[in-house]
Every structure is written in C-alpha cells, then in structure tokens.
Design a binder for this molecule. Structure first.
Ligand code: NAD
Length: 492
C-alpha cells in the first residue's frame, strides 16, 4: 500500500499542492503497526498562508455569490471522489483500520454520495425572502431577509470516520458559500490529503476556497480556532478538546459548532425481544472497534432479566468477527493507535478496580499479536455511577446495567454528562414514550436508522453545540441579514 507517487502527500493551500513547512510525518496502519507512508507536516506559516488564502477567496472573489459555480464544484467533487473510490477505499482501510464492509457505507461511499444533499439544497435554497411592505413604528418599509455565508470556516476533524466528518463539513460549508481551512487529525492525514489532491487536480474550485493542512502538531488546530481572520469553527472531536476550542474561539466571538463525545444508552424494555436487542447492542458497540461517537455503550436491561441479558450479549459479542480490516467479514478492526489501545486497556483495568467483572473479552484477542486490537468486552457488576459507565471509552466495550422499568431506564440513560444518541427496544408505543423523555440528539427505536444526508445530527449537553447534516446543518453555515428599505410616498 502506498500513495501513487510513493512521496509524502501534500498540503492544499491557495489552489496548489505543496509540501509541509515542518517536513513530513508517518501515517501508521493500525492493523500492522507499520508506517504506510508519510504526509506533509504543516507549520504555523503554512496555516497562516492557508487562512490568508481562504480570507482572500471569500472577500475578493464571487464564490460567496455564485451559487451555480458552488453547486457545480460540489457535484464535480462527488463524481471525482467516486472515480477514485477504490483507491480511497484501500487508503481508508489501511490508514483508519476501518473494516472494508463499512467503507461501502458510513466510512466512505455514503458521505461521498451525500455531497448531493448540500449541493441540491444550495441550488433550491430561498437565499432572499421578501417579507413585503409594512409600517413598523410608523415607518413604511419594504423588508427582505437575505441569507449569506459566514465567511472563513475552520474545520477541525477526528480520525474515527475521517471521510464522513470531512465531507459533512466541506459539503454544507462550501455549498453555503463559505471558504474553508480544514485541519484533519494527525492519525489519518492521507484520507484528507487525498481529498485535497482530488480537489486540486479534478475540480474547478477556485484557488483558496478549500485549503487542507495536515499536521502532526495539535497546536495547528488550536491556532486555527484562535485566528481572528476565521469567522467560524466547525469542530468534531472529544469533549475535552471541544472545550478548549470553544474557549479559544471566544476571544474573537466566533460562531462555534461542536460535535463531541457520547456515552449513549441502549434501553431494552421488558416487552422487547431480548435476544434481538442483545445481538443488535453487541454488533453496534463492536463496529469499528467501538470508535464511533454515537455508538451505544451502556446496555440497560430489565433487572429481572439481567443475567439472561448478560449471557445473550456476551454470546453475541464473542461471535463478532475481529481482525484484519481488509477482510470483508470483519466488523471489529483495530483501534487507531497504541495510545488509544492503552487508553481503552486502562479503562478495562479501571472496571476491575471499580468492582466490575468481564462477562466476555477484557484483553487482546487471541492470535492477533500485531495491531492495536482489543477484544469485544462486556463489563458487568457495576452501576451507572462507575467511571466506566460515565466516561467515553472509545473501544469495543459495553457496560451492562440493570433498570427497574421504563421510567428508571430513561432516568439512567439521562444520568450522563453526554446527550448524543440512544436506542430503545420495546413495543412501539412504550418505546416511543421512552424516546420522548431522552435528552439526546438522535434516538433509534427498534432498529430504525437516523443517519441520513437529510437528517440533522448532533448532541445535547456536553455532546455538542449545533447540528451537522440536513437542512439544519446547512443553515448553521449561514448568517441572516435584514434589508429594510423605506418606501417613499410617491412609490406607494
Ligand atoms: P480529539 O479531540 O483528540 O482531536 C480532534 C481534532 O482536534 C484533531 O484534529 C486534533 O488534532 C485537534 N486538536 C487537538 N487539540 C486541539 C486544540 N487544543 N485546539 C484545536 N484543535 C485541537 O479527538 P479524536 O481523538 O481525534 O477523536 C475522537 C473523539 O471524537 C471522540 O471523543 C468522539 O466521540 C469524537 N467524535 C464525535 C463525533 C460527533 O459527531 N459527535 C464524531 C466523531 C468523533
């Protein structure tokens, strides 16, 4: 596996593909622990030029007014990504450790195709709404509401679903008429750099509209959030980093969207099919080794069926195909890095220290001596007060808790600093009642799918601010201007 040239990937700044001022840094295959190549390492001067280019493209070109060009460029990008989808797939598997099967859905194909949604939204959007003539405070006035882009958007992304997060930011931000500086996670620079190369080589995006600065140093992201020339920051990542992005952005009163962590609950009511629910919970938390912000990581089961549920979920978890992400059958690949593997391992040790037990898993899978793998693990014997039930672990780790009925289940689900997502299994009307009590951004009832280009996604509480995707996500990237024109006597 390597880039086409065998050279480090490049930055995209002001329309040109350029090397990094800080040289290059390795990108690692998490399934083998081997470097697969190098990426350009941006320094502060590269970031400075990228922000300046985005500023100039916004202030001095017609990009923000030319909806037709924007729709054309986004559709061109979707088609160009599709033309190279097999190369992108192999990079995503090698660099992210993403199971191959997921690259046909949320890891790659779906977000590429979903670029159509912001393109079509921009094409049909009511950019000007005429409110007609009225006489507020006695002054006869024609009123128009105009929607305009925010300006320069700083986009900062994590490594777990790099194409999904990147394209769910670029699509609406660009469709709305903004210019963008994207700072991807240091663990997955190639995924973003390939998007940059394709934009530079295969699309008509004007110079400076999209800039992509891969960097090994997290402080490049911090500088982007602080810079006074940036009008808004769209951040996806951990709640800890989100807090510091919000603090940095506050210095210049930037608009901030935050898509952060979660500790989502999977509620099984006493009238649910317990086996079906446990099987769904097991595959959800094991998918991509549990590295998904909205995956359900607390399984809440009726107290009287707790033992039965533990056995059912442990059986399902122990059957999850773990291993080589390039194998089409794999569901649970490696964690992204040694650091993440050690972090998950330390949570497993904490679970035991807190008095919990493993009902399955708890270590490195047998026969996988290389790669950052952790077994799908079920933790039992704890309550919702335990740290492993409250903190985001970001691994294939499910904490099973007992509840005393629907109201108690909703209470436990809501007893969390997070509010990203939840699942409820039970008879339709009772499950719907529980769903209405949950303080979360998305609820899956009996296996329903909330992820879709036209559906807004985001969190309550410390899971975030704002929404991504859907019309709500598009409108996050817009300002609202009112033009009030006095109507003179003779014009009436
Ligand atoms: P992270 O917070 O460590 O890093 C995210 C990005 O922020 C990276 O690009 C990183 O370089 C950058 N960064 C680090 N320090 C920064 C700073 N001080 N200022 C600005 N940028 C900085 O997150 P991660 O480990 O890459 O990703 C995993 C986290 O992302 C999990 O918590 C997960 O729940 C969350 N996530 C949330 C969503 C969502 O939509 N809610 C989606 C995917 C991932």
């Amino acid at each position: 596996m390597g880039t086409v040239t065998g050279q480090p990937t490049q930055l995209l700044i002001d329309g040109a593909l350029v090397p990094g001022g800080a040289g290059a840094f390795p990108t690692i295959n998490p399934a083998t622990e081997e470097p697969i190549g190098e990426a350009a390492d941006a320094d502060a001067a590269d970031l400075d030029r990228a922000i300046a280019a985005a500023r100039t493209a916004f202030d001095s070109s017609d990009w923000c007014r030319d909806t037709e060009l924007r729709v054309h460029c986004l559709r061109q990008l979707r088609d160009a990504l599709n033309d190279e989808i097999e190369t992108l797939r192999e990079i995503t598997i090698a660099e992210v450790g993403a199971p191959r099967s997921l690259t046909y859905r949320g890891q790659l194909q779906t977000p590429v195709d979903d670029l159509e949604f912001p393109a079509a939204t921009a094409d049909n959007y009511p950019w000007r709404v005429d409110l007609g003539v009225a006489a507020p405070m006695g002054i006869t006035t024609a009123r128009t509401i105009v929607r305009e882009p925010l300006g320069v958007v700083g986009a900062i992304t994590p490594w777990n679903f790099p194409h999904q997060v990147t394209l769910a930011k670029l699509g609406p931000a660009l469709a709305a008429g903004n210019t963008v500086v994207l700072k991807p996670a240091p663990d997955t620079p190639w995924c973003a750099a390939e998007v940059g190369r394709i934009i530079a080589e295969k699309t008509d995006f004007p110079a400076g509209v999209v800039n992509i600065v891969t960097a090994s140093d997290h402080r490049i992201g911090a500088r982007l959030a602080e810079d006074a020339r940036v009008d808004a920051v769209s951040f996806t990542g951990s709640t800890v980093t989100g807090r510091s992005v919000m603090t940095a952005a506050a210095q210049t009163i930037k608009k901030v969207f935050l898509e952060l962590g979660g500790k989502s609950a999977f509620i099984v009511l006493d009238d649910a099919d317990l086996d079906a629910a446990c099987t769904a919970a097991a595959s959800t938390v094991s998918m991509h080794a549990g590295q998904g912000c909205a995956l359900t990581t607390r399984l809440l089961v009726p107290r009287e069926r707790h033992r039965e549920a533990l056995d059912a979920v442990a059986t399902a978890m122990s059957r999850v195909p773990v291993g080589d992400p390039s194998d089409p059958k794999t569901l649970c690949g490696p964690l992204i890095s040694a650091r993440q593997r050690d972090r998950v391992q330390s949570y497993l040790e904490l679970a035991i220290a807190e008095g919990g037990t493993f009902h399955c898993g708890g270590g490195r899978p047998a026969g996988l001596d290389r790669g950052f793998f952790i077994e799908p693990t079920v933790i039992a014997g704890l309550t919702n007060d335990a740290r492993v039930a409250r903190e985001e672990i970001f691994g294939p780790v499910l904490v099973v808790l007992a509840h005393d009925g629907a109201a108690d289940a909703a209470r436990i689900a809501n007893d969390s600093p997070y509010g990203l997502s939840a699942t409820v299994f039970g008879s339709d009307d009772r499950a719907a009642r529980v769903a209405s009590r949950l303080r979360v951004g998305t609820v899956n009832v009996n296996g329903g799918m909330w992820y879709s280009a036209d559906v807004p996604f985001g969190g309550y509480k410390q899971s975030g601010v704002g929404r991504e995707m859907g019309l709500a996500g598009f409108e996050e990237y817009l300002e609202t201007k009112v033009v009030a024109t006095a109507v003179r006597e003779r014009e009436r």
